[in-house]
Every structure is written in structure tokens, then in C-alpha cells.
Design a protein around this ligand. Structure first.
Ligand SMILES: Nc1ncnc2c1ncn2[C@@H]1O[C@H](COP(=O)(O)OP(=O)(O)O)[C@@H](O)[C@H]1O
Ligand SMILES: [Mg+2]
Length: 219
């Protein structure tokens, strides 16, 4: 399965989630490639940091808009899962990612501004779907503050969105920040933290979402 993390907004948690999803899938014995499409290189650097401390990160390649060229797609086919991290703002890299992805995950925070600020992201996903018929998009809540009034009613804000909102979500937890700082997935970095449960649920849901799609595609 190819999973792209996409948002026109920066600092929303794309790279943190990309790295954690990749580590979790690798821990489940799948072969995983991270494609870092962001010139900032957060996912690539994370993997380097982890390797320096003798961890065993997933393989990572830095690829921009060329990720949709046939030679790169052939490379992707050698992996069970390809996790694509993209930069903020929408452009050629996001378009390329949406051409090759099966699932586009859009991380969002709990305020209305998050969905208004992602109008173009959602429009780009539906534009890409006219060419990439496999592509499905979903919103995923990240860094939620569940004990706040807004956190409690946040789901209702997104009800009218064109994209489905995943049931699983991440809450604001330091373990997420510590894990990416160590270059690792949160379930491997802090297996006893609630963040690890958030991630494993999210990965389960994304896998199920993708399998449903494959079943539909196979008739
Ligand atoms: N669930 C979370 N709880 C706390 N901090 C988080 C969480 N998810 C992401 N972050 C932090 O938010 C910041 C931005 O995340 P990042 O993954 O770099 O975003 P992006 O790739 O979209 O720019 C980072 O400091 C990251 O560690
Ligand atoms: Mg990033």
C-alpha cells in the first residue's frame, strides 16, 4: 500500500506520522520504504538519527516530483508499503505523490481553521482521483486535546467535509515529539505510552481502509 501524508499547511504532523506509520508497519514484518518528498528532509534525517543510535529504521529515499516516473515506481514495487512524506504548500511534489498513492492522509488539528486551511488540499485530492482511480483520501485528527471543550466537539466541525474522518486519532503527547526527535516511530520508542496505542489503532484502521479499497477494485 502506498500512503501519502499531504497538507497545504506546515507543522501539522505529517512527518511525525509518516515516520511512525513506517516504523510500525516495519515492526509488523512488512518491507517499508519512506519516500521523503520534502526538501527539509525531516523523515530522511529522522532515519539517519535513528541509524546513528544503532536503531534499524526503514529504508528512505529523497525524491521530489520524479517519484511518479516509471523507474521509481518499479523501485516502489519491491516494498510492501511505501510511505510518502510531502512538504507544506501544494505543488509538483504533492501532485506526484497523489498520482502514485493509494491513500492520502491529511492530518488536521481540532479547530475549524484546519479544515478551512485545507480546502485546496482536499480539492487537489479530488482532482488527482480523476486520474488515479485507486486514490482515497481521509482526514486524521492529530495533536487533539480531548479534555478541552473544542476537542470534545471537534468531530462535528468536520462532518460536512468531503473526505471521511478516520475514527482513530492522535492526542497531544510528548512521546510523539520525543519519538521523532529520536528518529523513531512512537510505538517502538515508547511502547507503553498511550501514543503507541493511538498509532497502532491508526495503522490498523489505515490498513483496513486500504484493504476495503482493494476488494472494491478487484470486484
Ligand atoms: N500527537 C502529537 N503530540 C504532540 N506533538 C506532536 C504530535 N504530532 C506531531 N507533533 C509535533 O508537531 C510538530 C510538527 O510536526 P511535523 O511532523 O514536523 O509536521 P509537518 O511535517 O506537517 O511539518 C513537531 O514538533 C512534532 O513533533
Ligand atoms: Mg514535515
Amino acid at each position: 500500500m502506498r500512503i501519502a501524508l499531504v497538507s497545504q499547511k506546515g507543522g501539522v504532523g505529517k512527518s511525525t506520522l509518516a515516520v511512525s506509520i513506517a516504523w510500525e508497519l516495519a515492526a509488523r514484518k512488512a518491507s517499508v520504504l519512506i519516500v521523503d518528498g520534502d526538501p527539509q528532509g525531516t523523515s530522511r534525517i529522522a532515519c539517519e538519527v535513528a541509524a546513528e543510535s544503532s536503531q534499524n529504521p526503514p529504508k528512505v529515499v529523497s525524491l521530489g516530483k520524479t517519484m511518479c516516473l516509471p523507474e521509481n515506481l518499479r523501485q516502489f514495487d519491491r516494498f510492501d508499503h511505501v510511505i510518502i512524506d510531502t512538504p507544506a504548500k501544494l505543488g509538483d511534489v504533492q501532485r506526484a505523490a497523489l498520482m502514485v498513492a493509494d491513500i492520502a492522509l491529511v492530518p488536521i488539528g481540532q479547530s475549524g481553521a484546519e479544515v478551512w486551511g485545507n480546502t485546496d488540499t482536499i480539492a487537489l485530492i479530488s482532482q488527482a482521483q480523476t486520474i488515479n482511480a485507486n486514490l482515497r483520501g481521509a482526514l486524521v485528527f492529530v495533536r487533539k486535546l480531548p479534555s478541552t471543550a473544542l476537542g470534545k466537539r471537534a468531530r462535528s466541525i468536520f462532518e460536512a467535509s468531503e473526505l471521511p474522518l478516520l475514527d482513530s486519532e492522535t492526542t497531544f503527547r510528548i512521546a510523539w515529539q520525543e519519538a521523532i526527535t529520536a528518529g523513531m516511530g512512537v510505538a517502538q520508542y515508547a511502547p507503553k505510552d498511550k501514543a503507541a496505542t493511538e498509532l497502532t489503532r491508526l495503522v490498523d484502521e489505515v490498513i483496513a481502509f486500504g484493504s476495503d479499497l482493494k476488494e472494491v477494485a478487484n470486484g
